[in-house]
Design a protein around this ligand. Structure first.
Ligand SMILES: [Zn+2]
Ligand SMILES: [Zn+2]
Length: 639
């Protein structure tokens, strides 16, 4: 399946005929070519259009007009005037309120908070949302139609075509987002790609305000403030209630059955919403890791579940009770606010009581970990079904606001390239079908050479799940890599095929941690194929910017080779030993430490020299060898 697609892609990338390729049935071309009649905006470097916006426009609308002006200047060198009326003999580009005024009878309500209309006629080009953020998204969408792209974060990710002249074809379309809350990375890249969470305009936060990503119990009830007077509000572990260091302490928890704590938490959440009236969504979730309370009252709330469900349901019910208690209290005085709670790890499963319902002001964010990241959620992957899909479907049935927490970079723990596009293209539409409203994934940022394509494709689909992913990819190769598009297309398709061909599940924690799967994914043939494509790309690259984009990707593959060598070396001492033999394990561990040390130092030096940055790089992992080999006293991760 994957292979067949790869051939198709290579053909049309090399023909450079992207615009002529039709989208697959039921899918949309992400950047359809504009048809005539055309209206000139810039001719031979001279502006022949003007941007029309109301005087003293509000912040976002004014910024939208300036962004259009800025990028037209970058493309053509011409500066379009921004005025409250179009000067004679110019083609007017109406932005925001000016456009709304000229489109009477348009159903603005259908656009919601963030949709927009793009319409060009002989009278002018109209770019408007019902609200200002929609107008800004309309400007970015138009710029994409002109060929601008924001593929990865930073200047290196921006593509702006250069031309003496610029014209707009006939446009008559409206767009609204597939997902209400969209949080992938942050900053300029994110807003250019129409994210609405964790984005700013001129330093001012815009879009819905969602405060904090996840683990927040201690941010809301800080131990620094409450432990001395109320030690009983904090978890009992091993017969004691240890004092957490501070509000960032993970692996420590609250005693969530304590009635006073529940009152205080609700009071603090209400106080937060009063002090931060602009915040729409507040996260309420336990600290990361374990350390959950062992007091009789907390334990009485836990369920007795069958063995194959027990771990992932261990704290589901106690937290469901706590969340509802807090939500009811907060809802009474802040009825319009959403409290986002989580379904994660030891509480990812839905409580088994068929009558259980999260309060209507709760959003449940289901975290996609511990199951599988290499197969689509609605595929026949048993791990996906057992540890995630089944629970997600149930949460979808009973939850008013369903959110997702994804890990599109997690598998690159160890720093190796991590393809998720082959699942994202199925999972995003699936999330949409079951009614997901909010989506977050851990960011790519400067790790884009390992996982940036995941985040770009996800960003495009989160806005419109019906986009044709093959066309998105072909456009990515063509525009990001220019003259090296064909070999870079082969590189990415080869990477995707490696994950597909590997075939088995990959799961952060649990089954086949990526550092264990790596040697099976990055076989000698795969590495040779990827290196071959990159070498061809280096030969084809003529522009400095294209070489700059290929270089860090090439460094990642060299890094992979070094990591595989390192892993082979540190695992050798474990070959053939009895995992139950503690002394033998400890001896092997010591030997692995010794053999791995110089290799790990060399990897560190290589990463420093080549600017290979990553979350959980191998040289850091070497310190304790965790997730790389079987440790004494720990269950083998490789199951
Ligand atoms: Zn307790
Ligand atoms: Zn799987």
């Amino acid at each position: 399946m994957m292979r067949r697609k790869r051939h198709a892609l290579v053909v049309f990338v090399s023909m450079g005929a992207f615009a002529a390729i039709a989208a697959a049935e039921g899918k949309k071309n992400p950047f359809p070519a504009m048809g005539g009649p055309f209206h000139e905006l810039v001719e031979e470097g001279k502006p022949v259009a003007a941007i029309v916006a109301q005087d003293e426009a509000p912040l976002i609308e004014g910024y939208a007009a300036e962004e259009l002006q800025r990028y037209v200047h970058k493309m053509t060198g011409a500066e379009l005037a921004i005025a409250s009326a179009a000067p004679a003999d110019t083609y007017p580009i109406y932005v925001g309120a000016a456009a709304r005024k000229r489109l009477p009878g348009f159903d603005w309500e259908s656009l919601g908070d963030e949709g927009f209309v793009l319409r060009s006629t002989d009278e002018g080009l109209h770019i408007a949302g019902a609200k200002d953020l929609g107008t800004l998204y309309g400007v970015y969408t138009l710029l994409e139609r002109f060929g601008c792209r924001w593929f990865v974060t930073g200047d290196i990710g921006e593509v702006v075509p250069s031309s003496q002249s610029l014209r707009v074809g006939t446009l008559d379309e409206t767009q609204t987002p597939s997902f209400r809350y969209r949080w992938i990375d942050s900053g300029d890249w994110a807003i250019h790609n129409k994210m609405n969470i964790s984005v700013e305009v001129e330093g001012k936060p815009v879009g819905p305000q969602w405060r904090w990503s996840y683990h927040t119990h201690f941010l809301l009830v800080p131990p620094e403030e409450y432990y001395d007077e109320h030690p009983k509000w904090f978890a009992e572990v091993g017969g004691r209630r240890p004092r957490p260091e501070d509000k960032h302490h993970q692996g420590r928890q609250l005693c969530t059955s304590n009635p006073e704590l529940i009152e205080q938490m609700a009071e603090n959440v209400v106080a937060f919403f009063k002090e931060n009236a602009e915040v729409d969504i507040l996260s309420l979730a336990p600290q990361d890791g374990g350390g959950f309370c062992e007091c009789p009252a907390c334990r009485a709330l836990d369920e007795d579940r069958p063995e194959n469900e027990a771990w992932h349901a261990r704290y589901s019910n106690r937290l469901a009770v706590f969340n509802n208690e807090v939500a009811r209290r907060v809802g009474a005085s802040c009825p319009d606010k959403i409290i986002k709670v989580g379904a994660y790890a030891m509480y990812v499963r839905v409580p088994s009581d068929p009558a259980y319902r999260p309060e209507p002001n709760l959003a449940v964010q289901v975290c996609h970990t511990y199951s599988c990241n290499n197969h689509a959620i609605d595929s026949d992957c048993a791990r996906q079904e057992q540890y995630f899909g089944k629970e997600l479907a149930r949460w979808a049935e009973i939850t008013n606001h369903l959110f997702i927490y994804e890990y599109y970079r997690k598998g690159m723990w160890g720093g190796m390239p991590f393809d998720q596009v082959h699942v994202i293209r199925h999972d995003m539409p699936y999330y949409h079908r079951i009614g997901v409203e909010g989506f977050y994934t851990q960011p790519a940022r400067d790790r884009w050479p390992s996982c940036g394509l995941n985040h770009y494709v996800a960003a495009k689909l989160i806005w419109d799940v019906d986009l044709d992913v093959d066309l998105l990819l072909a456009d990515y190769y063509a525009k990001f890599f220019g003259e090296a598009a064909e070999p870079m297309g082969r590189y990415y398709e080869g990477l995707m095929a490696a994950f597909v061909d590997y075939g088995d599940c990959i799961s952060p924690y649990g089954y086949k941690w990526p550092t264990f799967a790596a040697s099976e994914i990055f076989t000698a043939e795969v590495v040779a194929r990827l290196n071959g494509a990159l070498a061809d790309a280096e030969r084809a690259a003529a522009q400095d910017i294209v070489r700059e984009r290929i270089r860090p990707i090439r460094a990642r593959i060299e890094y992979v080779e070094r990591v595989l060598d390192y892993l082979r070396a540190v695992r050798a001492p474990f070959d053939g030993i009895d995992l139950a033999d503690k002394a033998a394990l400890e001896a092997a561990h010591g030997k692995a430490q010794e053999i791995g040390a110089p290799l790990s130092r060399a990897i560190k030096a290589f990463c420093k020299k080549n600017d290979v940055r990553s979350f959980g790089r191998i040289d850091a992992a070497h310190e304790n060898l965790r997730f790389l080999v079987v440790l004494p006293g720990e269950e083998p991760l490789l199951r």
